[in-house]
Design a protein around this ligand. Structure first.
Ligand SMILES: Cc1cc2nc3c(=O)[nH]c(=O)nc-3n(C[C@H](O)[C@H](O)[C@H](O)COP(=O)(O)OP(=O)(O)OC[C@H]3O[C@@H](n4cnc5c(N)ncnc54)[C@H](O)[C@@H]3O)c2cc1C
Length: 361
């Protein structure tokens, strides 16, 4: 691996897509600074699938081993939780001399200046590089410059409640089995994949698709018009809604899932995520490009958002390999040609579910 970088990138957003992209770029010898607005404290998330082979293709075998170790040695493609996956990627970035992750660094503006690109942060600092890659999620600021005619992901008409409960915290419940669970109940859909933890306790992570609470999410400011603004954090879910969720869970689903949801409600540990969708028309312009949820937002029902982010990172590093400062815009055009159709097809593939599930369109 070339360790003396002559080319540089700023990656905006240090979540799964941003960290994967940074590691894919250091593999081709680029110096990468990842700017992440949040602090280092891990946040919770749903379950995802990945494998050693998938990761190694993007970030190389050494870094893939670091990640697989962090997610508990699962190399087979079995579901893992979001937080250990992010911790594994973060560990790999920390070990990589060409990559630096800067927390509490929010990008507020960016510019393609012809012979370089720059970003300005809320602390007033300006960063300059050969390319700026937006991995800043469904409300991407980089997308506003890449696709100003089509900047917003739109609300899909339903939301997701997510939580994680330990079997040992619900001794009255049926024992959970390490088996994928998916069931409709009225206008609701529950997905869960219980997994054993390091200590042998079962972790019951669950995701509840709910099309009946649009007005709640609007009232709490999570949705404005057709645009998803933000997640409804656990501490902001009103107590009366937690009570309703616990009651509905008992009505629709059996133990241990109903008990797990009731326990998450009791602890005020349920997060509400309004689901957004975005079909891209452009994913690169000049020295700017977007990857991951900044580039394409499929419903989580596709189960492919992370896999697509890995494909973006691979395509981006292939396109930029061997480029010089002058050829970066052409290389990003090549990236766009490689990924745009597939990104569009991915989002479209989930729209059938969204149309049939959503009550409000
Ligand atoms: C509930 C849920 C379930 C999912 N399930 C699956 C699944 O089963 N399988 C699968 O493959 N995919 C799944 N996905 C999708 C998958 O998680 C994402 O596609 C993948 O993690 C890539 O996300 P991302 O890194 O692009 O965006 P995000 O995770 O949204 O990260 C964006 C990052 O950018 C940062 N940021 C934003 N703006 C700025 C700024 N201005 N300056 C600096 N930093 C900024 C944010 O703080 C954040 O850390 C799911 C998604 C959700 C929401």
């Amino acid at each position: 691996m070339n360790r003396s970088a002559s080319m540089s990138a700023i990656v905006v957003g240090g979540s799964l897509a941003g960290l994967t992209t940074a590691l894919a770029l250091t593999r081709i010898g680029w110096q990468v600074h990842v700017l992440e607005r949040s602090g280092p404290k891990p946040r919770t998330g749903g379950a995802l699938q990945t494998s050693f082979q998938e990761l190694a293709r993007a970030i190389g075998r050494d870094h893939a081993e670091t990640v697989i170790d962090a997610i508990g040695g699962e190399a087979s493609g079995a579901p893992t939780f979001w937080s250990p996956l992010r911790e594994g990627l973060r560990g790999a970035v920390h070990r990589d001399p060409l990559a630096t992750l800067h927390h509490e660094t929010q990008v507020t503006a960016l510019q393609d200046e012809g012979d370089s690109a720059s970003v300005t942060c809320s602390d007033g600092r300006t960063w300059r590089a050969d390319a700026v890659i937006g991995a800043d999620g469904h409300r991407s600021i980089v997308r506003e410059s890449v696709a100003p005619e089509h900047p917003d992901a739109t609300y899909a008409g339903y939301s997701l409640w997510i939580g994680l409960t330990r079997q040992s915290d619900i001794p009255q419940a049926q024992p959970a089995r390490s088996q994928f669970f998916m069931r409709h109940g009225g206008p609701h859909l529950l997905l869960s994949y219980p997994r054993p933890s390091d200590g042998g306790d079962m972790l019951i992570g669950w995701a509840w698709y709910d099309a009946t609470r649009n007005s709640l999410f609007r009232k709490e400011g999570s949705i404005a018009g057709s645009v998803v603004q933000r997640t409804l954090r656990a501490e902001n879910v009103p107590p009366c809604v937690l009570k309703e969720l616990a009651g509905e869970a008992r009505k629709y689903w059996e133990s241990p899932f109903s008990d797990a949801i009731a326990e998450s409600a009791r602890r005020r540990e349920i997060t509400g995520i309004p689901i957004a969708e975005y079909v891209p028309e452009r994913i690169a312009r000049g020295r700017l490009a977007i990857v991951g949820n900044a580039a394409h937002v499929p419903t989580p029902m596709t189960g492919s958002g992370f896999a697509a982010s890995v494909d973006d990172a691979v395509a981006l590093s292939h396109a930029l390999r061997g480029s010089s400062p002058a050829t970066v815009p052409d290389a990003l055009e090549t990236y766009q040609k490689a990924r745009l159709d597939k990104a569009q097809a991915l989002v479209e593939s989930g729209r059938g579910f969204s149309r049939s599930f959503a009550i409000e369109q």
